[in-house]
Each structure stands twice: as structure tokens, then as C-alpha cells.
Ligand binder design. Structure first.
Ligand SMILES: Nc1ncnc2c1ncn2[C@@H]1O[C@H](COP(=O)(O)OP(=O)(O)OP(=O)(O)O)[C@@H](O)[C@H]1O
Ligand SMILES: [Mg+2]
Length: 251
């Protein structure tokens, strides 16, 4: 579903060039829930921003459902981002002036979908995520976990090929974190959604099928879930410890 081939990216500061992503290759299958972990500064956010083409890369290709999107122009990209990618950010990015329901409808409004079909769809997704009770509320009136579940619901509205999420549980307590992960698991199970999530949280990552570990802008390794979630989480914690730090400077 998503394939990255030999991606390289550097940032320039004055005369200095800092390589941030070095020859990254990875693949995410349809219906897979994959996390990217790695120490702070290892290039996780940069990778996500390159995949969505929000920032330019120097080398490599990005395939979304077998289509090379690395050379599309801005107009084509806008369409791909609206219809084939769903985004979930750490700080939710909900529009304060719109209700939960209206926020969820937004991707279809942008895509000019028929209203009746859109409203049906939004209601179905709200029911699926157990947020139908807060549909008429505004973002300021709901909890962090509810905001993030709303953001996940919105990301699913156009049935994207892939959901890209950067630290979606980063601002949440453990209960709300689990609620967001449950939303992803449900999206995977009920809608066959494909999720690619950057996180420094081993607990969140332990619910994934597979974890790609980045170190200094390179793929350091990949861990497949085997055995119980608990065992997988211990494996992730060990790996992150070996790499030095859990990626979160505050802990
Ligand atoms: N706009 C930018 N200009 C220059 N350097 C940048 C820019 N954005 C990020 N970097 C550098 O690139 C490296 C990778 O940053 P990135 O944000 O991708 O890391 P990360 O793995 O997401 O880290 P974190 O876990 O802290 O979010 C870091 O060394 C960072 O300082
Ligand atoms: Mg980051």
C-alpha cells in the first residue's frame, strides 16, 4: 500500500548540509498497523513529512497504492492528500468553530461529496468510535481523548489508502491513549484501514503489527509482533533502551 524506496533528505543551515534521512526503504501492507520508533532527532517526523510530500526530499521514490507520488505537482498532491491520505497530528488540528460532526465531514466537503452520503458516513463512523453523543459539541467542550478520536474519525472519512499519524497519543494520559489506539485497531478491523504511526511510546506501539526502528536517519531494524502484547512491549522497551533514551526528553 505504501512503499518508500531509498529515500534521502537533508536540511541545510548556512553552508552546512545535515543529512537527516539516509537511504530509507520500507513497506506497509494494506490493512497493516505499523509504528515508527526511534530516539528524538532520529528523523521520524521528517520521514512522515516527506511521505506526505509536505517537505521535499532529494532522492528516492514514494509509492502509494503502486503510484509514484514523488513527482506529482501541487494540484495533484492536494487531491492525493485529501482522498488517499488521512492525517492525525499530536495536537489534533480540529477547527474550533466547527462541531465534532462538522470537523469529521470536512474531508468530504473539500472533496465536494454529496451531502446525504457524507452525513450518513459521518454518523456511521461516529457510532463506530462511540462519539455519537458528542457529535454536536465543539472541540473546546470535549476531552483530549475525544478530540483525538474525532481526528481519527475525520482521517477515515474519505477511506484513505493510508493514515499517517505523528505522535497521536503524545498529549494524552494513558486512558485516552488507549482510546485512540482502540480507534486505530477498530479502523483496521472494521474498515481495513492501513495505519502508519510515529510514536516514542512503547505502550502505544505494542498494539501494532510491526515496528520499524529508526536511528540517525536510517532503518536500524524491524520488530514483528510475536507472542503477547506484553512481550512485544518488553522487546520494544529493550530495543529503545539499547538505542539510548526513549525518545522523549521529558521522561
Ligand atoms: N526544518 C528543519 N531545519 C533544519 N533541521 C531540522 C528541521 N527539522 C528537523 N531538523 C533536524 O532533523 C533531525 C530530525 O528531526 P525530526 O523532527 O525528524 O526528528 P524526530 O525523530 O521526529 O524527533 P522527536 O522524537 O523529537 O519528534 C533533527 O536533528 C532536527 O534537529
Ligand atoms: Mg517528531
Amino acid at each position: 500500500m505504501l512503499k518508500v524506496n531509498n529515500l534521502s533528505k537533508s536540511y541545510q543551515s548556512g553552508n552546512q548540509v545535515y543529512p537527516v534521512l539516509k537511504n530509507i526503504s520500507l513497506e506497509v501492507e494494506k490493512g497493516e498497523f505499523v509504528a515508527v520508533m526511534g530516539p528524538s532527532g532520529s528523523g521520524k517526523t521528517t520521514l512522515l513529512n516527506c511521505i506526505s510530500r509536505f517537505i521535499p526530499h532529494e532522492e528516492g521514490e514514494i509509492f502509494l497504492a503502486d503510484r509514484d507520488i514523488s513527482a506529482l505537482n501541487e494540484e495533484e498532491l492536494a487531491k492525493v492528500r485529501n482522498q488517499q491520505m488521512g492525517f492525525v497530528f499530536q495536537d489534533f488540528m480540529l477547527l474550533d468553530g466547527l462541531t465534532v460532526f462538522e470537523n469529521i465531514c470536512l474531508p468530504q466537503i473539500i472533496a465536494r461529496c454529496p451531502v446525504v452520503q457524507m452525513e450518513e458516513k459521518a454518523k456511521t463512523i461516529c457510532r463506530l468510535f462511540g462519539i455519537e453523543k458528542i457529535m454536536e459539541k465543539y472541540p473546546a467542550e470535549i476531552s483530549g481523548g475525544e478530540k483525538q478520536r474525532t481526528a481519527v474519525a475525520r482521517a477515515l472519512m474519505n477511506q484513505p489508502y493510508v493514515i499517517l499519524a505523528d505522535e497521536p497519543t503524545g498529549n494524552l494520559d494513558s486512558k485516552s491513549c488507549k482510546a485512540v489506539i482502540d480507534a486505530f485497531l477498530q479502523a483496521k478491523k472494521e474498515l481495513g484501514a492501513t495505519v502508519f504511526m510515529v510514536t516514542h511510546d512503547s505502550f502505544a506501539a505494542s498494539f501494532c503489527d510491526r515496528v520499524i526502528v529508526l536511528k540517525d536517519g536510517q532503518v536500524y531494524g524491524e520488530l514483528m509482533k510475536k507472542g503477547s502484547r506484553r512481550e512485544f512491549m518488553d522487546m520494544l522497551l529493550d530495543t529503545i533502551r539499547i538505542l539510548g533514551g526513549d525518545g522523549n526528553d521529558n521522561e
